[in-house]
Design a binder for this molecule. Structure first.
Ligand SMILES: *[C@@H]1O[C@H](CO)[C@@H](O)[C@H](O)[C@H]1NC(C)=O
Ligand SMILES: *[C@@H]1O[C@H](CO)[C@@H](O)[C@H](O)[C@H]1NC(C)=O
Ligand SMILES: *[C@@H]1O[C@H](CO)[C@@H](O)[C@H](O)[C@H]1NC(C)=O
Length: 300
């Protein structure tokens, strides 16, 4: 009889020790590998802004951008300036060149290109590419789609050793600025009859040295039309919660811990789990003192 009650106490003691770790796990994660995940992005269904869910995912500890043209690793997210920097493994740079099928953003993707982003298409067919032979809709005159201002970028890029080795005429390079491309950005290199492309998001203040350019694609995102960070979400994040939208009406949820979501913030939950975390210590002291009292009483 004595044995049984003490083993029950032992079991509940063990349970109470593990309870806090149960309580501190969150359904929505705050990081993916070593990258931070913050609103509007999320680690899974119900986390973050639903508009971004299918485009940005966490896959094997890596943040990935998914579009109809492929999956791209996200190098970095600048949460202050709302910019995503991505890498396309099929892209050419000043140190390597390779064939690519291009890059596309879905028409409804909540991203736009950063203004500074420059696309240089490499090894395009001057004879048959629509880049050189497009007709405008007004008077059917031929309008090239390449930006003349981009000529210096092309010659510098073509001075990079891997491209020099291909010995391509400079006329096969075309600088393509997304401003002309509309919201559904499609750079289908097969259609444009180019072999490869390079994307530069920053010249690093060294326009004349292609070795030091930052290659990659920079995409901007917006929270909403006015681009305000939702206020409900900032108080949720301040209380250590993760913002999400769930249910059939996609209503705002603040994910505090696995078993608790609120419609506001997690201050209440944080206090609660603090209390629970202290519980084993309280119960431990209580058990030891009752045991002492029991022993004293038993010896009387
Ligand atoms: C809390 O919200 C997250 C994300 O929306 C969801 O995955 C989880 O199931 C919710 N938990 C509860 C207990 O409702
Ligand atoms: C075609 O139209 C553009 C303006 O839309 C004009 O600048 C150009 O001179 C025209 N070309 C011809 C051949 O008429
Ligand atoms: C929870 O604790 C914080 C301070 O840690 C306090 O400001 C807040 O009022 C508490 N909330 C509740 C519901 O007890």
């Amino acid at each position: 009889m004595k044995l049984r009650s003490s083993s029950i106490s032992l079991l509940s003691f063990i349970f109470l020790i593990f309870l806090p770790s149960l309580i501190s796990s969150q359904a929505c994660k705050k990081s993916c590998g070593n990258q931070l995940i913050r609103y509007p992005f999320g680690s899974g269904p119900g986390c973050g802004d639903p508009r971004f869910q299918k485009y940005v995912t966490c896959d094997q500890q890596k943040l990935i951008l998914n579009t109809h043209s492929g999956c791209y690793t996200i190098d970095n997210i600048d949460y202050n300036n709302h910019v995503l920097y991505i890498q396309d493994p099929s892209m050419s740079t000043c140190s390597s060149t390779q064939p690519s099928k291009g890059f596309g953003l879905d028409w409804d993707a909540p991203f736009t290109f950063m203004d500074d982003n420059v696309f240089a298409l490499i090894d395009c067919s001057t004879a048959s590419s629509p880049l050189y032979n497009s007709q405008d809709g007004v008077n059917n005159s031929i309008v090239p789609l390449c930006d003349n201002e981009g000529a210096p970028i092309c010659s510098l890029l073509y001075s990079c050793p891997p491209i020099t080795r291909l010995n391509l005429p400079i006329s096969t390079c075309c600088v393509y600025t997304p401003i002309d491309l509309g919201p559904a950005f499609e750079m289908d290199l097969q259609k444009l009859q180019c072999t490869s492309y390079a994307s530069i998001y920053s010249f690093n203040g060294r326009e004349s040295n292609p070795q030091s350019w930052n290659f990659g694609i920079a995409l901007k995102y917006k929270f909403n039309v006015k681009n305000d960070f939702p206020s409900a979400c900032s108080s949720c994040e301040r209380s250590n919660g993760v913002c999400g939208y769930s249910g059939s009406y996609n209503s705002f949820t603040c994910n505090c811990v696995d078993w608790l979501n609120t419609t506001t913030d997690c201050y209440f939950a944080a206090n609660l789990s603090n209390d629970v975390r202290l519980l084993p210590r309280k119960i431990g002291t209580w058990m030891i003192s009752s045991l002492a009292w029991y022993l004293i009483w038993a010896h009387l």
